[in-house]
Design a protein around this ligand. Structure first.
Ligand SMILES: CC(=O)[C@@H](O)[C@H](O)COP(=O)(O)O
Ligand SMILES: NCC(=O)COP(=O)(O)O
Length: 237
């Protein structure tokens, strides 16, 4: 069964809105795990708009499922990841001022850089995943970097899903098929929700994990966090 890693960035957004500690991020992560989440994902951005570096240190002490830290491998990010040693790190080529993640790596242009960073991170025992678009050449480039997994950037799938789901999924299915042949593990994430998740899971061979945050936390405002996590898990059976 494809694992669900809940991205708790937006719980931190709400907490930061008033400068206090409500909702309590640590308790929220523990509750997500208790409700069935098989991983916790955070994306500490340089401006700490939601997840703070201290949150990552605090979460490491309590998360008992898989801890996945996402981010651009800046020196500060790499120092944090090496200190925390999460089960997985997902490298994302976001600019510091990006409103959200908006592209995968150019694994050909940045292949030597990625190879060096990935080797350094893997030497600490952390599994490495890199964020890529569903483009065969980018998947093939990723395989040359030494990464354990790729995370397929699913924004384009989500934005086209309602118009034509078969057309929307096609590049992802092709990219996943190539990735499996190259020995890469496959994760997926960004803009996944209760409408599009089941079809994605049914059509991506070898999908190991989805990380979902924005839509899931929004849904939890209406359905409650426990019920929402259960709803998402039922899309993955
Ligand atoms: C890499 C990706 O698509 C998400 O993990 C990202 O964490 C979303 O970031 P925001 O929550 O800041 O939009
Ligand atoms: N890697 C994707 C992720 O962690 C959450 O993305 P989103 O569901 O907030 O768009």
């Amino acid at each position: 069964m494809t694992k669900l890693s809940v991205n708790i960035n937006k719980i931190a957004t709400l907490r930061n809105a008033r400068g206090g500690n409500r909702p309590n991020l640590i308790q929220s992560a523990l509750d997500c795990e208790r409700f069935g989440a098989q991983g916790i994902t955070v994306h500490p951005r340089p401006d700490e708009r939601h997840i703070r570096y201290q949150d990552v240190l605090d979460l490491k002490a309590v998360v008992t499922t898989e801890f996945n830290i996402e981010g651009n491998p800046t020196p500060g990010f790499l120092e944090l990841v090496k200190k925390v040693k999460p089960e997985q790190v997902t490298l994302v080529p976001d600019a510091p001022d990006a409103i959200t993640s908006n592209a995968g790596w150019d694994t050909i242009q940045h292949q030597n850089y990625l190879r060096e960073v990935i080797s350094d991170l893997k030497s600490t025992g952390t599994r490495v995943s890199i964020f890529v678009d569903p483009v065969i050449e980018m998947v093939e480039g990723a395989a040359q970097t030494g990464t354990d997994r790729i995370e397929l950037y699913t924004e384009a799938y989500a934005s086209h899903f309602h118009q034509d789901r078969e057309q929307a999924i096609a590049p992802y299915a092709r990219a996943a098929e190539r990735a499996v042949k190259l020995g890469l593990g496959i994760n997926a994430g960004h803009d996944l929700d209760l409408d599009n998740l089941k079809y994605l899971n049914q059509n991506i061979p070898g999908l190991l994990e989805v990380s979902i945050g924005h839509a899931l936390i929004c849904d939890a405002l209406y359905f409650g966090l426990e019920n929402t996590i259960q709803l998402y898990l039922r899309q993955l059976v």
